[in-house]
Design a protein around this ligand. Structure first.
Ligand code: 4AD
Length: 466
């Protein structure tokens, strides 16, 4: 009939109280036949437990049993909170538990493929030890992903996926408060939704079909269906050929589409307020999680400002030119020039979050609206964090004849998207929207160098398991 206490909630204020916790046998450190230490871990938090024959009801047999527990076994512990004189090394909670009872609820196998202590070690710690002549075990990325269930138990990973959860929550809360409707569009579709060849093809009851590369077409069709403003959180499939630090074959798309009254800046206004709110809320709500991430993967907090900086593509090209980097003024920026521009923007404007808009039309998808004053450019934008893209968005073509013309010009078989184009023949309001990659937002907010770190079970060109 005792209440459970979370390991993360064990504080010195509980001194002298008896508590009941459930966690994992993180590490054991036998001291003698009469005494052993056991560190118990729950959701990334750890507490040191002392099992000693000096405590009421603890036998030598029990000390031996605890000392021999397999790591990661699930245990229930009842004991009294004590406050040691010296701070505890290797545990997050600054108390000891003097154990009275301990049950092993379910044991783990011996010799696990990943030792969580090793997987949780920071690069800094490994380097420092190396300088002192000690080589600490390292766990490489492939091993982590092969045994992901173990890997995601590290405090940093616990933090990453709790931050990811909040990004989705804040996205949803903000948009609901702005009168958006959450929708769910099909992931089995007849043709490609973004153009290009990166689609997973499949057989749909004898008809050729593919996995949706984005909810693009159906979110626009929902706008033709009078919702006014919609959003979706769902899987996006890209048959990527290249193996990079920022591309997955399946990722979570945060998509937005809305009517536009006058100008595509209305869409950028939403991006601005949504993301400034998001970064503020993450810093406020996820302090512990961000600290846990930073302990293993040190990073500087993101520099951003209210009223997000907006630069035109032409201004960006000019800034690069002034810095000696020549780029095609009507082409796309490559990863390297995007990074470089990110640095230049940080130096000049003091922000690592900004919007680049009015992209050349030729490098945008077929549904993108050309600029009214110059059709070489388009009413479109990308958004960057720390010099890397997290969003692309635009005003869309809402005139059906022109849409068909643009699709054709971009080499798309209009027959495969005829129901989409027809939607605009029934009367369509001017509209625009954007798509965000969830894994990229978390990766870049936390200054992580690889998108596999922010996908729970990543799918890349070389991996479809676990
Ligand atoms: O730039 P993308 O391809 O744009 C679209 O899908 C449009 N339908 C969006 C719109 O509404 N106009 O993808 C949008 C975002 C990118 O900015 C990036 O953050 C992410 O999705 N993304 C990827 N994330 C992980 N792996 C990949 N292979 C990604 N491709 C795009």
């Amino acid at each position: 009939s005792m209440d459970w206490t979370q390991v993360g909630a064990l504080t010195q204020e509980l001194k002298g109280k008896e508590v009941l916790i459930r966690g994992r046998a993180h590490t054991t450190r036998p001291v003698s036949k009469n005494m052993t230490f056991l560190v118990v871990r729950e959701k990334g938090f750890t507490v040191q437990c002392l099992v000693s024959t000096q405590s009421e009801g603890v036998s030598r047999q029990m000390v031996k049993f605890v000392a021999g527990l397999n790591r990661e076994s699930i245990v229930d512990v009842i004991g009294v909170v004590s406050v040691p004189e010296n701070p505890i090394k290797g545990a997050t909670q600054q108390i000891d538990i003097l154990v009275r009872k301990l049950y092993c609820v379910n044991k783990a196998m011996p010799n696990l493929p990943i030792n969580i202590e090793d997987a949780a070690r920071s690069y800094v710690e490994i380097e420092t030890a190396l300088q002192g002549g000690v080589q600490l075990p390292r766990v490489n990325q492939d091993t982590r992903l092969n045994f992901r269930v173990l890997d995601i138990r590290t405090p940093a990973n616990q933090g990453i996926f709790r931050v990811q959860c909040q990004v989705g929550m804040i996205f949803r809360q903000f948009l609901l408060s702005e009168d958006f409707v959450e929708i769910h569009t099909p992931k089995l579709i007849a043709g490609s939704s973004e153009g290009g060849s990166a689609v997973f093809k499949l057989d749909y009851k004898g008809q050729p079909a593919c996995l949706a590369q984005s909810p693009q077409l159906h979110k626009q069709m929902s706008i033709c269906g009078d919702f006014g403003r919609v959003f979706e959180i769902g899987p996006v499939f890209r048959a990527e050929d290249s193996y990079t630090h920022r591309h997955l074959c399946e990722f979570t798309g945060l998509d937005v589409e809305m009517e536009i009254k006058k100008h595509y800046s209305e869409v950028m206004d939403i991006v601005d307020r949504l993301f400034v709110t998001m970064f503020d809320s993450l810093n406020e709500r996820c302090q512990k999680e961000l600290e846990a991430v930073g302990r293993q993967y040190p990073f500087e907090p993101l520099k951003y400002k209210p009223n997000t900086l907006r630069l035109t593509f032409e201004e960006g090209v000019q800034m690069l030119k002034d810095a000696g980097v020549e780029v095609d003024p009507l082409g796309d920026l490559n990863t390297e020039s995007e990074r470089k521009l990110g640095q230049l923007v940080l130096e000049k404007y003091g922000t690592e979050f900004y919007i680049l808009h009015r992209y050349p039309l030729a490098v945008r998808p077929f549904y993108t609206m050309p600029c009214y004053d110059n059709s070489l450019y388009s009413n479109s934008f990308d958004v960057f964090i720390r010099g890397e893209e997290i969003i692309s968005g635009a005003q869309r073509v809402h005139v059906p004849e022109f849409l068909a013309e643009r699709a054709q010009a971009c080499g798309i078989d209009v027959n495969t998207i005829s129901t989409y184009i027809d939607s605009f023949r029934y009367g369509a309001p001017p509209h625009g929207g954007f798509g965000v990659g969830l894994e990229r937002v978390v990766m870049l907010f936390c200054g992580l160098g690889n998108i596999r770190k922010t996908s729970l079970f990543p799918r890349d060109p070389q991996r479809i398991a676990p």
